[in-house]
Design a binder for this molecule. Structure first.
Ligand SMILES: Nc1ncnc2c1ncn2[C@@H]1O[C@H](COP(=O)(O)OP(=O)(O)OP(=O)(O)O)[C@@H](O)[C@H]1O
Length: 585
């Protein structure tokens, strides 16, 4: 009901039109009865005119009601889609990760399409049908209570059977929507890894697996189809049976002079009015079953947590309470001028407890990122380096401890403000499908072609301005697959340059380290100055050596923070990394 509230005006209007149309229809049998009983070789023109008028009015109003309902259903579908889309893009990272994206997509597309039935052929239709049934029953009762009693007994028995079957359509509809969502997820998984699947000679297996999902849809579809067929057959038989019984009993009543032929004609017309909604009842119920099944899936998504962007005021460790036990933070007493400071930060990815992995991705992490300098983060694979970036961007919140930005607890800064200060260049697929220009201007649509071209030249994607402008309309393919790994990352660095945020977070690419990519990293490092802070997850010795400070991470701990030469002396782990792990060491 809350879902339908915004459409109540249209629904009430449709209902009102339905009622008037029903009344216009309900009068027609009375006119027909008068014509039949009063027939003396000639038919009165007034009665004929009245009949035509009633017929035209009821048809016109019914058409208008349908138009309003169908258009309202489309509006409902669009607004529901808009609501889910808005919700999906703002979902908490923990809710998105680990959930098949294609299933989420199918909730916006297929499920919403099914819910239209709630408005177009559902509730108002049921209400008007109810009114038609009620009016018909009253009129039939006035004409002949005995015939009505016979009718009611037959109809009640059959309706009870239809409702019992109808109850099972909602779970059947829900299972079918779920299996369609799973099929979509399976296809998206396969199609996004097509190269790997072919290279692994797994095409046949993957095709078979996707077809198995399609068979699941078939299985659930068959159950829904059987229910639909059973309901429709039952209602069809019901209507025929009803007609036979009423004609039989009616003929006896006419023979016994209890009613006239005109009465029987009118009664039969009311019976047909009654039969039409009863006949439709079955298909409306199965449509509604699917629609409410789809609605359940939509509501599941709408209940998922989103990223709230309200800064928390007065949270523990906020600016007011920042004279903490460690004595490190606070806007006024920060002697190192750290733009970011991690204080005793613990972090566990949601849902990873007891999953066989180390529980904490970060454990009691303390370090700082100096303003206007370059900080390199180094450590073995899985140490927690990317997790540090995820926390800097506030994709996740620390499980305990705090992160200070400019001396303020990040929880007291809105995500929007925080992210406006950061440019994040990820290692993998940092490019979206579309043109080069769309990728460069994603953070700032007002960016001029000149600014875009300059950024492209700076990251070595074009030799000069003209070549760069020509490149702006090039399509990069789904997730930038028409670019090489190195080109993808250079484009992402170009985006960061074009936007010009004060802090650049760069996860250095480990592959495609040709000289052009290395020059770009060097260019990034040179960009560090009093106004630009660079944090780089570094995999090459040259990058590390150019950094002002190096943070060494191991198994979720920050084990040291110092300069290259001092770390070589003081940190065994760092010495080992320098000797064995840096790509160009
Ligand atoms: N989204 C996630 N959900 C659950 N666990 C995760 C997630 N991302 C990373 N982890 C786990 O957290 C730990 C730290 O991962 P992280 O990506 O920060 O490592 P890393 O140092 O960046 O590694 P690499 O150099 O290989 O990229 C790992 O054990 C990893 O399996």
């Amino acid at each position: 009901m809350p879902l339908l509230r915004p459409y109540r005006n249209a629904l009430v209007l449709a209902l009102a039109l339905g009622i008037v149309a029903t009344l216009a229809s309900a009068l027609q049998p009375l006119v027909v009865s008068s014509i039949v009983d009063g027939f003396r070789g000639e038919v009165s023109r007034i009665w004929i005119g009245t009949l035509i008028g009633l017929l035209a009015a009821s048809s016109l109003l019914t058409g208008l009601r349908q138009l309003i309902l169908q258009r309202t259903a489309e509006r409902f579908a669009h607004e529901t889609r808009a609501k889910i889309i808005d919700h999906l893009y703002r979902l908490d990272m923990a809710e998105v990760e680990g959930r098949p994206r294609a299933d989420l997509v199918s909730r916006v597309t297929a499920d919403v399409a099914h819910t239209r039935a709630i408005l177009s052929s559902g509730l108002v239709e049921i209400a008007t049908s109810g009114i038609t049934i009620a009016v018909s029953i009253v009129m039939m009762g006035i004409i002949d209570p005995v015939l009505l009693l016979v009718t009611v007994i037959v109809v009640t028995g059959l309706l009870a059977a239809v409702v019992m079957l109808g109850r099972r359509t909602r779970p059947a509809g829900l299972s079918m929507q779920h299996s369609i969502g799973q099929l979509a997820a399976e296809l998206s998984r396969g199609l996004s890894g097509l190269r790997m699947i072919r290279a692994s000679r797994a095409t046949d297996r993957e095709v078979a697996s996707a077809i198995r999902h399609s068979q699941d849809v078939l299985g659930h579809g068959r159950i829904a189809a059987s229910l639909k067929a059973a309901i429709q057959t039952l209602t069809g038989v019901a209507v025929q049976l009803l007609l036979i019984v009423v004609v039989g009993v009616g003929a006896l009543r006419v023979a016994a002079d209890a009613i006239t032929i005109g009465d029987l004609s009118a009664y039969m017309m009311y019976l047909l009015y009654l039969a039409a909604p009863i006949g439709m009842f079955g298909s409306i119920l199965s449509l509604l079953g699917e629609a409410f099944g789809a609605l359940t899936r939509i509501q599941e998504v709408l209940k998922l947590k989103t990223e709230k962007d309200k800064p928390e005021t007065g949270s523990t460790g906020g600016p007011e309470s920042s004279t903490d036990q460690m004595g490190t933070a606070g806007p006024d007493d920060d002697s190192t001028d750290a733009i970011f400071r991690f204080e005793a930060v613990h972090f566990t990815y949601p849902g990873t407890n007891g999953a066989g992995k180390p529980e904490n991705a970060l454990e009691g992490v303390d370090f700082h990122i100096p303003r206007g300098a370059t900080t390199a983060i180094v450590g073995p694979s899985g140490a927690g380096k990317s997790t540090i970036f995820a926390l800097l961007e506030r994709f996740y919140e620390p499980t305990s401890g705090r992160i200070l930005f400019d001396g303020r607890d990040v929880r007291t800064v809105s995500r929007d403000e925080l992210r406006s200060q950061l440019s994040y260049v990820e290692q993998d697929a940092p490019v979206l499908s579309g043109t080069v220009r769309q990728n460069l201007t994603i953070g700032n649509h007002a960016l001029s072609d000149d600014a875009c071209a300059e950024a492209l030249v700076r990251v070595n994607l074009a030799a000069d301005r003209d070549a760069a402008v020509a490149l702006l309309d090039r399509q990069v393919g789904e997730l930038g697959e028409q670019l090489s790994g190195g080109e993808r990352q250079r484009l992402a660095v170009g985006r960061a340059f074009a936007v010009g945020s004060p802090v650049l977070l760069l996860d250095e690419i480990t592959s495609n380290l040709d000289s052009r990519n290395e020059e770009v990293v060097q260019e990034v490092l040179n960009a560090s100055g009093p106004d630009r802070t660079i944090v780089i997850i570094a995999h090459r010795l040259a990058t590390v050596q150019s950094a002002d400070t190096i943070v060494v991470v191991d198994e979720g701990h920050v084990v040291a923070q110092d300069t290259h030469s001092r770390l070589l002396r003081s940190s065994e782990l760092y010495r080992g990394l320098a000797e064995r792990q840096f790509l160009d060491a």
